[in-house]
Design a protein around this ligand. Sequence first.
Ligand SMILES: NC(=O)c1ccc[n+]([C@@H]2O[C@H](COP(=O)([O-])OP(=O)(O)OC[C@H]3O[C@@H](n4cnc5c(N)ncnc54)[C@H](OP(=O)(O)O)[C@@H]3O)[C@@H](O)[C@H]2O)c1
Length: 277
Amino acid sequence: MGKNVLITGASSGIGRCTSIYLAENNYYVYAGVRTEKDYESLKSEHKNIMPIYLDVLDEKSIQKAYEELKNKNISLEAIINNAGAVIGQPIEYINLEDLKYQFELNTIAPVAITQKFLSLMPKGKIINISSMASTGIFPYISPYCASKRAMDILFNSLSIELKNDDIKIISIKPGVIKTPIWNKSITRNKARLEKLPDDFKEKYGKELLALSENANKNNYKALEPQKVAQIILKALKAKKPKSSYCVGWDSIIVCQLAKLPQDFLNKIIRLRLKSQT
Ligand SMILES: NC(=O)c1ccc[n+]([C@@H]2O[C@H](COP(=O)([O-])OP(=O)(O)OC[C@H]3O[C@@H](n4cnc5c(N)ncnc54)[C@H](OP(=O)(O)O)[C@@H]3O)[C@@H](O)[C@H]2O)c1
């Protein structure tokens, strides 16, 4: 008999790959999508995947998805908070709507999903797809870093406050993974940056170009999303899961680097930025 999991943001990348991988490993996957096209395409991937409309920024959509599972008497084994996006802009000029969106999607929505669906999970695991970026060491994508760190802090607190050893909270921290997230981020941020004054372009232009080039490289030099799916399965199956899993060498190294004294670390980061521009 399979176990039920709910995953948000299953249309592409890590979410889609994990949905398929868990389905192949005898889990029943309630896979959150936002379009009919994604619904149909995921449905045809595997009989154990049950797509469900779920926009994590829309209260009504969350309520509807919750009622759908509740009416079917679904008891969840795991909630996987995966939906997310990357905002990368210099803080001096960052568009504040984008900054709010970053926190709404990456930080607040996982809390909203957890608050709603936890009652369907008497025991099990909340698995959050955080990032090595949660260490906060990457300038220009600091909105992304901060949103992931904030999510980790909130859920660490939840793990203590719940006073329930039957609910485990796990943060997955992938390094760079080959998914559409980087191209989406380039497109979104480029549109914003083009509208900015010339003195801004002069001040940050080189770094932002390097940032885009790096994001482009991520499309081919990175790990496959399957690696993340494998770690998620490992965490799901573990009797005593760790509270945090790094995925990839880059993540392991970055998590260690982040322990260096801040001033020293900032010097290294500035030197690296200089060498890239
Ligand atoms: N790729 C990496 O290098 C990397 C590394 C570390 C962590 N991560 C994290 O992994 C997670 C998945 O990202 P990915 O790399 O697989 O990128 P992705 O392919 O772009 O997937 C993002 C997913 O989030 C969904 N989403 C966006 N807004 C949503 C909303 N309002 N409601 C519901 N779903 C929404 C997207 O759905 P739509 O198609 O409907 O927009 C999509 O399914 C993210 O949290 C990301 O921060 C990624």
